[in-house]
Design a protein around this ligand. Structure first.
Ligand SMILES: Cc1cc2nc3c(=O)[nH]c(=O)nc-3n(C[C@H](O)[C@H](O)[C@H](O)COP(=O)(O)O)c2cc1C
Length: 172
């Protein structure tokens, strides 16, 4: 009889929150900073990797925003928002927009996009969106935007996130 295969050392199963987070972290993603203007016209935004495309016609995308995020209220009320897809050299911006007590927009080069929300300079891609819908998603809001303008720089390498760490990918 053949010997039973050695179990993979990293294989785990469970219904606890840690296992769920670690399992979800096996899905490699890009990294975005989602921005808008709040009710006072001040820039607001946060790092988010829950970004995904939804529809091509009409052009829709979504991002999931924690209900307890400080910028959540501004994002679900904003008429427009921008999804800035980050490139390798924007890792400091990703860290800044995920940390409390940082001067996020003071320390990051940006300018107002065509529709108002901040566009981070040197982003790999930018989707400027009109608010389309906000859906209930447990402890997150599912924020759906209609893409009004998309731009990208094909020469830049993407910033990635996988298993709780930033990763890089370089194309020659
Ligand atoms: C790589 C990465 C991805 C993240 N993705 C999300 C996300 O999709 N949605 C979310 O609500 N928070 C996400 N976060 C956490 C927020 O960036 C973080 O909680 C931030 O401090 C929220 O800012 P705020 O409370 O000022 O809105 C992510 C953090 C990191 C580092």
């Amino acid at each position: 009889m053949p010997e039973p295969a050695e179990p993979l050392s990293e294989y785990r199963t469970g219904s606890d929150p840690r296992t769920l987070r670690d399992a979800l972290g096996c899905f490699a993603t890009g990294v975005t900073v989602v921005t808008c203007l709040d009710g006072n016209g001040q820039p607001a935004g946060l790092t988010a990797n829950s970004f995904t495309s939804v529809s091509l016609d009409p052009p829709l995308l979504l991002v999931c925003v924690a209900k307890n995020a400080a910028s959540a209220a501004a994002l679900i009320r904003a008429s427009h928002f921008a999804v800035n897809v980050l490139q390798t050299h924007q890792q400091p911006a990703s860290i800044r927009f995920a940390a409390k007590g940082e001067d996020r927009f003071g320390a990051t080069p940006w300018s107002p996009g065509e529709f108002g929300p901040p566009v981070l300079r040197d982003s790999l891609g930018v989707f400027e969106c009109g608010a389309h819908a906000v859906h209930e998603g447990g402890d997150h809001h599912i924020v759906v935007g209609e893409v009004l303008r998309a731009s990208f720089d094909a020469g830049l390498d993407p910033l990635l996130y996988f298993r709780g760490r930033y990763r890089r990918l370089h194309f020659d």
